[in-house]
Design a protein around this ligand. Structure first.
Ligand code: NAD
Length: 478
């Protein structure tokens, strides 16, 4: 095993060391990968200072020039897709094929947001007065704090920095303490393409340390956070004294409804993919299934065989596996405990249900539980693991009522050949996204935004871009 890399914060276009460090380990085998800065409040302040100093000149550049930097970053990312993917796999545990998808998607996302440079629009409104023009100008907010989770660590950098930068903001990113290495690789690329200093800064460290220093700062104009509901709620409290604007992308408990007229193979394949992609650690993937009684037996049999056949292990040592480990011991313990509790509450274990012995990694068997009920913890709380709980329903009304009875409201899906049923579900399901006869995976031109506790505001597309702006109304009498 090679010696761990030592990373430094990226502040004002310089790589800067800190006194304290955090260890980053590979969740598939426990190897020590790196030491990264455990930033203190003063390190975070330095990054905010840099972002402030840079914002005036950056906002004054034509948007097309700002976009040019995003395109350069995208091009540079495409030169090293497999190297970056291996780095993501090592610290996060996803299979390298998925990590490559993430890297390519990140480059595409940067290019997509760059395309908005010539489409950022204000408005001119008719006035009630003679000789007056009312103009609505769209302006950057200023300094953005981007706080990231670990599950798509590379893409989420772009999801925050690309709309922020193209609209003229500067940004300080704090990656998850689980997956900071790829963020420093991103910073290295930003540095190499010559982004003006202070526009993009990275400080790593704990949520309760560096994270709180960012979210509690009166000099941050918006906190763009992706992570759990519990942390989102804490961040809201931390932001309250300064009334800092929030953009919160939080957890989910996505319902998948499978009606009696569904294409069974399609439903099984799509829902299985949803459970094993990133080892079930995706905010928008199906976390609970409502299947019609008349096809429940077939659906459960097919799903159990497909899940049981899923190969898993250490993605870098065994490149053909379909699924890697969970992120850490806490994630593994949570999944194990939720399955045990579900069985004590009366769920039937169809396949899986155990921690898998695979060296020191946090591996859990792909698991299917049937006989689940709405009052069970496993049908209400985010699992974030390769576990599929199934409840039988008698009609669409029941399925919609169960789907809506949740504190989450991010994504949902329905499998049916009936256009009328699909359209009724769209009208009556209260979710930010609904997928019909396909896997849950959003497009960059859509709008990824949850209702209820799944978030405030959203990301992607025109609406996501404009979250990083405010309007100034100008009354011009001339
Ligand atoms: P988390 O909430 O534990 O941590 C996310 C980030 O917040 C980390 O960088 C952490 O250091 C930081 N943090 C923690 N406490 C903080 C504090 N008090 N102040 C400031 N920052 C703080 O989430 P996680 O475990 O990294 O990610 C998994 C969660 O993210 C899941 O719930 C998942 O559903 C959600 N998620 C949502 C989306 C979405 O688009 N809605 C996308 C990906 C992940």
């Amino acid at each position: 095993m090679s010696s761990p890399t030592r990373y430094q914060n990226y502040i004002n276009a310089a790589f800067v060391d800190t006194d304290e460090h955090l260890e980053v380990r590979n969740p598939a085998n426990g190897d020590l990968l790196s030491l990264v800065p455990e930033s203190r409040a003063s390190d975070v302040e330095a990054a905010i200072d840099a972002a402030h100093s840079a914002k005036k000149a950056w906002a004054a550049l034509p948007a097309i020039e700002r976009a040019g930097y995003l395109r350069k970053i995208a091009a540079r990312i495409r030169q090293d897709v497999s190297g970056l993917a291996r780095m993501i796999s090592a610290e996060q545990g996803k299979v390298t094929g998925l990590a490559e998808v993430e890297v390519n998607f990140t480059a595409d996302y940067l290019d997509y947001m760059a395309e908005w440079a010539r489409r950022i629009e204000g408005e001119v409104i008719e006035s009630d007065r003679p000789n007056e023009t009312i103009m609505m100008l769209r302006k950057p907010l200023g300094v953005i704090a981007g706080i990231l989770p670990w599950n798509f660590p590379f893409f989420l950098i772009a999801r925050k920095m690309a709309p922020a930068l193209v609209t003229g903001n500067t940004i300080v990113i704090k990656p998850s303490e689980e997956t900071p290495n790829n963020c420093f690789a991103f910073a290295r690329i930003v540095h190499e393409i010559g982004l003006p200093k202070g526009v993009f800064n990275v400080v790593s460290g704990a949520g309760r340390g560096a994270g709180e220093a960012l979210t509690g700062s009166s000099r941050v104009d918006m906190i763009s956070f992706t992570g759990s509901v519990a942390t989102g709620s804490r961040i809201m409290a931390q932001a309250a004294p300064n009334l800092t604007k929030l953009n919160l992308e939080l957890g989910g408990k996505a319902p998948a409804i499978v009606l009696d007229d569904a294409d069974l193979d399609l439903a099984v394949n799509a829902i299985r993919a949803s459970r094993i992609i990133n080892t079930g650690q995706v905010c928008n993937c199906a976390e609970r299934v409502y299947v019609h009684r008349s096809i429940a037996g077939d659906f459960i049999d097919h799903m159990a065989s497909a899940m049981a056949a899923t190969t898993f292990g250490d993605p870098l040592a065994e490149p053909d596996v379909e699924m890697g480990p969970l992120i850490n011991q806490g994630g593994l313990d949570k999944v194990e405990q939720m399955v045990k509790t579900a069985m004590e509450e009366g769920a039937e274990l169809i396949t899986g249900g155990r921690v898998a012995e695979r060296g020191k990694g946090f591996h859990y068997q792909p698991t299917v539980l049937s006989g689940c009920r709405a009052d069970m913890d496993i049908m209400r709380r985010e699992i974030f693991g390769p576990v599929l709980p199934i409840q039988v329903i008698d009609d669409l009304d029941e399925a919609i009522a169960l789907a809506n009875d949740s504190e989450y409201g991010l994504t949902s899906s329905i499998y049916t050949r009936s256009l009328a049923s699909a359209m009724r579900a769209c009208r009556e399901i209260d979710y930010g996204e609904t997928y019909i006869n396909r896997e849950n995976f959003e497009a960059m031109q859509g709008f990824h935004a949850g209702v209820r506790k799944s978030g405030i505001g959203g990301a992607d597309g025109k609406h996501g871009l404009y979250e990083y702006t405010h309007t100034q109304v100008v009354y011009l009498e001339a």
